[in-house]
Structure formats: C-alpha cells, structure tokens
Design a binder for this molecule. Structure first.
Ligand code: PLP
Length: 360
C-alpha cells in the first residue's frame, strides 16, 4: 500500500538514548531541558531570534492571534488546511476570505484591499505547500493599512525567502511539527518571532499565564509540549538535510515524469528556495481527478485531496463564493511523497495518471 505520506522514523536507538536521559532525570514536561535544546537547535538551524515549541500547530495559531490581541476581522486564504480558518473562529474573530492566485495557490495580495474594512486587524496567510507567499506585497499592504501579519508556515520546514528562513517573516510565523509534516515531533508546533515582547508573551500564554508558581502575567492556556516530543524532534533534526535532499530528488522525478502530460503544477516563488514538501497536481476537471484517484485506489495507492473543500464552504461559514479557490480545490490532488517512496512506486503512480488522463 502507498499512502500520501508516511511519518519519518529515525533509528530507534537514537530515540532510546534520549529516553534514557528522560528516565534518569524523571523530568517529563514543563519546559524541560530537551524542549530548550530543541528550541535552541531550531533557532540555530534557521538563524532565528525566538523559537517557542508548542503542543501543535493549531494552538500555535491560536496563541499567535491572542499574543497580537487581534479582534474583529482577519483576512485569510480560503485555500489551506481547515486549522487556518477554524483558529480565527475559535479566537472569536471573523475570517474574511480574500481570493487566491491560481498559479501559486497562495493568497492573492491584489485581492486583499477589496476585503479590508474598519474592523480588519490582520492578515493570516499560508505559504501553501511550502511555496512562499508574495511577502513583499503583503508587507506593503500591512504597512499601508496598519495590519498585523501572521504566516501559517505549517508546510515550510526548510523553505527560505530572499536568503532568510521563511519562519523569520511576519509579526509571527507559526509551524506544525505533526507526524505527517516533513519535519515532525509526533505532535507539535512552534511560534517564531523576532519580537522579544511577543516571545515572552507566547511563553506565558503557553503555560497558563504563569509568572512563577504563585503569580500570573495574565490569561493563558496549556500549549506546552513534552520532553518525549522534543526528543523525537532532536532525533529528526539530525536528518533534516537528508530528508530535504530525498524529497527534492523525488519531487523532481515526479515533475520530469508528468510534465509532458495534461496536469498542471504549482508555480513556485522565484524569490524563495523550496522544500519539496508536497507534490500537488491540477487536473482540467474534477471528473478527471476523480477518475485518476479511483484508479490509483484500485492499485492501493492513496492520494489526498489537499485542500478540499475550499474553506469558504465550511459548514460554519456564511455562504460566500471564492471562485478561484473553489475551482482549485475541486481539481487538485496531492501525490504520495515520503522519505522511503521508491522510483518504481513513482513510476507506477505516474503511469496510472498518464494512462487515465489520455483515455476518454
Ligand atoms: C497541519 C496544519 C496545521 C495544523 O497543525 P497541527 O500541528 O496538526 O495542529 C495548520 N495549518 C496548516 C496549513 C497545516 O497544514
């Protein structure tokens, strides 16, 4: 069976070594030494000012919204994972969907001014599939209209933009280290910021608002992560370069095998270096997509409709239409991509796609 993704597993001995230390110290969670070591490694790896390790990428978005004290309306992309929108709702703000750019799959900066009102407090944009947004244009808009920017960089481990880690942009960037992401801590996420006040706030927000044992800075939640999760991250970060290289090779092989066919690819931002996190293909019609998906499933190959439906179609959203995002959502399929996917398996996948796309 070939699934759309498989979690990377480091050699078990490496994990065992960390576990021995955890047992010896008997320190399982609450800002332990491995959590701190992972934060330091992430900062070094990406040359960042502050990295705060959290329990998942969803709480990272919620804490980002809280830390920036956002209220009212937040302009966001309708083409992302559901957490990008649901966290806005959860924090009692209103998601306002801009349109997307059909080529990059990211929020279209030019569409944003149409949706700005006196209640707009921020932009929450996803670098979709690890492809950097048009950060320059977004920054111009945020300055002009005095809006904060949060980047949902859940797909972006290893993506750079203009020579700097993508995590260094925006008032806050968040990421997810969920097991399905290319770098993971089983469950986990992070907030990155260059602002020390926001970093401090994030640290107390993740820990119930505590200022020591008997005092509180303010309201907080439990967004901490454990020593065991940090240990998995410390194991995996050793392999980050090799994971990236393997992905690049697999990604380029897909591209070469499919580029003379009918499917279209995501247009990558030329100011950035890509991390090859996903391999999405776009069909001419939903009918064609469903035909290919079904045929792949007959061969026990499981692709995924990332992202479907377009988020403006969520049941708790007032019915709005965003044609470009809906069209993309109905015609896009992500192909299997993970560390141990073989060339033979890729050949089989591409063979089925090519055959189905050319047969009536
Ligand atoms: C995975 C993902 C999230 C949520 O991260 P979790 O760690 O699973 O909570 C948020 N946004 C995007 C774009 C994602 O892909």
């Amino acid at each position: 069976m070939i699934t759309v993704t498989k979690p990377f597993q480091p050699p078990k001995e490496n994990f065992d070594k960390y576990l021995q230390g955890i047992w010896r110290r008997n320190w399982l969670t609450n800002n332990g030494p491995l959590v701190n070591e992972l934060e330091t490694k992430l900062k070094q790896y990406f040359d960042l000012r502050h990295a705060i390790f959290l329990s998942n990428g969803t709480i990272a978005l919620q804490i980002a919204i809280k830390a920036l004290k956002l209220t009212g309306e937040i302009i966001t992309t309708p083409f992302s994972y559901v957490a990008t929108t649901s966290t806005i709702y959860w924090e009692n703000c209103k998601p306002i969907f801009a349109e997307i750019d059909e080529d990059s799959f990211n929020i279209s900066p030019d569409s944003i001014p149409n949706y700005i009102s006196k209640n707009t407090s921020a932009i929450l944009a996803t670098h979709c599939f690890g492809n950097p947004c048009d950060i320059e244009k977004l920054e111009k808009i945020s300055k002009k209209y005095n809006l904060k920017i949060i980047y949902d960089a859940a797909h972006c481990f290893g993506t750079f933009y203009k020579g700097k880690s993508i995590f260094s942009y925006g008032n806050i960037s968040t990421s997810s280290f969920h097991a399905t992401k290319m770098f993971h801590t089983i469950e986990g996420g992070a907030i990155f910021t260059s602002n020390s006040t926001l970093a401090h706030k994030t640290r107390y927000l993740r820990n119930f608002g505590h200022n020591g044992q008997e005092d509180f800075f303010g309201l907080g939640i439990n967004g901490k992560n454990s020593e065991v999760h940090a240990a998995m991250g410390l194991c995996n970060i050793e392999f980050a370069n090799s994971i990236l290289e393997t992905r690049k090779r697999q990604w380029e092989y897909y591209k070469k095998s499919l580029e003379n066919g009918k499917v279209k690819f995501q247009k990558l931002n030329e100011q950035g270096t890509y991390n090859y996190a996903y391999f999405p293909i776009v069909f001419e019609s939903e009918r064609e997509l469903l035909k290919v998906k079904k045929e792949l499933e007959k061969h026990l190959i499981y692709s995924r409709r990332y992202f479907y439906p377009s988020l403006n179609k969520l049941p708790y959203i007032k019915n709005v239409s965003r044609k470009k995002s809906e069209r993309l959502a109905s015609t896009i399929l992500c192909l299997p991509l993970y560390h141990t996917l073989s060339v033979e398996e890729q050949d089989m996948i591409c063979g089925i796609i090519s055959k189905e796309c050319y047969s009536g």
